[in-house]
Design a protein around this ligand. Structure first.
Ligand code: ADP
Length: 619
């Protein structure tokens, strides 16, 4: 290849082509323009403060720094003014007239070193935010006066990207000294923002915690407020303050205000991660009164005190979205795609850090305030169980603080339960899912000193799979899944072979009949359904398979006759001489055992009733 055939060039972009793209694609929501323009104004003030603290500027009074957002519906303008650093004509040419040149980046590079760059609190990043104003405007004017100059300049640009600059502009009082005013002449596309309520809403959403006081003014409002106006924002949000200086009341008041929840949170965690993660936040555990209440929490993500979005799934571990809170992550590369965020190491480190802090808090409550922890447990467990199911690391951290509620009363940890059960039923946890429906089984076990755990929420039964998978040898067994060893009498029992024949004739298809010697002679028979087949059936139901998958995976049911029961012995001896009568009795006992295991079907119930009547006539 010779030199003459080699061509070099730079990609050229025509402004008329870029503007429509910005309007359409820069941000998915138009309202973002306000966040961008107000955060530029904030940056302008922050920069000046920074210069002053570096001794670069002197004799400037920075105490009254403020931002005004002025709505003039009649003139269809929204104006944002600041008392910040302003721009010289040269800077304006560079940063505003050239898309994607960021003065924020230049500033940080010039005045900050790598260690303090993230602490500078400067929001701008990519040099595009300003142009979001064109999503809602036909024309945008910028009137600006640099802190280094005593003359203002005016730049005026149409949506086609054509601009004029007027040097030596008389700023007609919009600026009070140095600073910038951005006047947006609102287009049809932005009309909704000319409504004072809508505009104020957007302002409150994004700017409620920005670091410079922001005032909202409605020029067309008839009765201008008489009292001194107050800023719409809180410039030093709670999450940035030292935890040791914050009272419990302040944490709660912040929660009520920001999340509109009138209930107090269960507890909260103040997060403060240092370099290199460098984020701060407060997480609240909301009080969830019942299982059916929405579990959707609200975690607000901030970037240097600027609200970005709620519940960004890519950043916050999914189970934490049940919590409420604020996270301020100045390191977050926000303008990049969400899938990038999801895969970025930074995000997974944030998640890991939060997970650790949440687990630490749970463990410390368990270790130091067990009574309080037990009181909170019902409210807390859905969250904790869900977290454990979603995140193995979380489970590993909190596993020793997980509580199991007893059917009787009180709570135990798994280890405590297993320790107590060691002799009677090693490594086996008996549980009930319905205290009333399974009461017979529960009381049989409790009579023999076996504690039964209550797992009555949908998530509980899924959660036990997690425990079983992670705790070697531990098995959860529902009370109706087997006859516990503790219920059995070790003495040999009569075989009752005839009783078995009688029952075999009358039980439903697939139900096996067996004899065991059960200590409590009052119970003639107990129906058991194997744990595995029932779990399989529950799963089918959960996935909406018809009939709970019946037919595909039959429930393995067993009717256990109690050799110690007089009734069973009676049927055993009656069978040979009057099999018909023996079967009527057997059928009644089977129905009763079915009834104490589950709800009868319509057919079963009508058979049970007619059997009962014929039994009564036999008396
Ligand atoms: P970014 O803020 O990400 O750098 P923008 O497109 O929002 O990008 O702004 C480009 C540049 O224009 C800023 O970096 C800053 O130098 C300048 N600028 C914008 N608004 C103001 C303002 N209110 N006061 C001073 N400079 C501003």
């Amino acid at each position: 290849m010779n030199d003459s055939s080699l061509q070099r060039g730079g990609i050229r972009v025509e402004i008329e082509h870029i503007f429509p793209i910005i309007k359409k694609w820069l941000y998915s929501e138009k309202e973002i323009f306000l966040r961008e323009i107000v955060s530029n104004a904030c940056d302008a003030v922050t920069k000046l403060r920074r210069l002053s603290s570096l001794g670069e500027v002197k004799d400037l009074d920075l105490t009254g720094a403020k931002i005004r957002v002025i709505l003039n519906k009649a003139e269809k303008t929204i104006t944002v003014t600041d008392t910040g650093i302003g721009m010289t004509e040269e800077e304006l040419q560079k940063y505003i007239c050239q898309i994607a040149l960021s003065g924020a980046l230049d500033f940080v590079q010039k005045y900050e070193n790598a260690d303090t760059a993230t602490e500078s609190g400067i929001i701008g990043h990519f040099g595009l935010g300003f142009y979001s104003s064109f999503m809602v405007s036909d024309t945008v004017d910028v009137i600006t006066r640099s802190y280094t100059s005593d003359r203002a300049i005016k730049w005026s640009c149409t949506e086609a990207g054509k601009y004029e600059i007027q040097s030596d502009y008389d700023d007609d009082d919009l600026l009070d000294g140095h600073g910038t005013a951005v006047i947006m002449h609102i287009s049809e596309e932005g009309e909704e923002f000319l409504d004072a309520y809508r505009l104020k809403d957007v302002l409150n959403k994004y700017c409620a915690f920005m670091p410079v006081e922001v005032y909202f003014e409605d020029e067309n409002e008839e009765n201008k407020e008489n009292s001194a106006p107050s800023p719409i924002n809180d410039t030093s949000p709670l999450w940035l303050r030292q935890p040791s200086e914050i009272t419990d009341e302040e944490y709660k008041a912040f929660y009520h205000k920001v999340f509109g929840d009138f209930k107090d949170p269960l507890f909260y965690i103040h997060l403060r991660a240092d370099y290199p993660l460098n984020f701060k936040g407060i997480l609240y555990f909301p009080r969830i009164s019942n299982e059916y209440e929405s579990l959707e929490g609200q975690v607000k993500l901030f970037y240097n005190q600027v609200f970005v979005a709620d519940n960004i799934k890519e950043v916050i571990p999914e189970y934490l979205l049940m919590l409420k809170g604020v996270l301020d992550c100045p390191e977050m590369p926000l303008n990049v795609s969400r899938s990038y965020l999801q895969n970025s190491g930074y995000v997974s480190k944030i998640s890991a850090h939060i997970t650790k802090k949440v687990a630490d808090k749970i463990n410390s409550l368990f270790n130091t305030e067990r009574d309080t922890f037990e009181e909170l447990w019902r409210d807390l467990k859905t969250f904790v169980e869900y977290g454990c199911m979603r995140d193995r690391k979380f489970y590993d951290r909190v596993k020793d603080s997980l509580l199991l509620e007893k059917c009787g009363s009180g709570f135990v940890t798994l280890q405590e339960y297993l320790e107590q059960a060691k002799e009677k039923h090693e490594n086996k946890v008996y549980y009930a899912t319905d205290k009333v429906a399974q009461s017979q089984y529960i009381s049989l076990l409790e009579q023999e000193g076996v504690e039964v755990i209550l797992l009555d929420r949908v998530l509980d039964t899924q959660f036990i799979n997690v425990i079983e998978a992670n705790q070697d040898g531990v098995k959860f067994v529902r009370v109706d899944a087997e006859i516990a060893d503790a219920l059995q009498n070790s003495d040999a029992a009569p075989e009752c072979a005839d009783a078995v024949s009688a029952f075999e004739k009358i039980v439903q298809d697939g139900v096996k009949v067996e004899v065991q010697h059960i200590k409590n002679s009052d119970v003639p028979a107990i129906l058991t359904v194997s744990e595995e087949s029932r779990r399989m059936d529950d799963m089918m139901k959960m996935y909406g398979m018809p009939n709970g998958g019946a037919g595909t995976f039959p429930l393995e049911s067993k009717l256990v006759l109690n050799a110690a029961s007089d009734l069973i012995r009676k049927i055993d001896s009656l069978y040979k001489e009057n099999s018909e009568k023996a079967e009527v009795l057997a059928r009644q006992i089977f129905s009763l055992s079915l009834l104490s295991q589950r709800k009868l079907t319509a057919d079963e119930l009508s058979n049970f009733l007619s059997d009962s009547y014929s039994l009564l006539t036999m008396l």
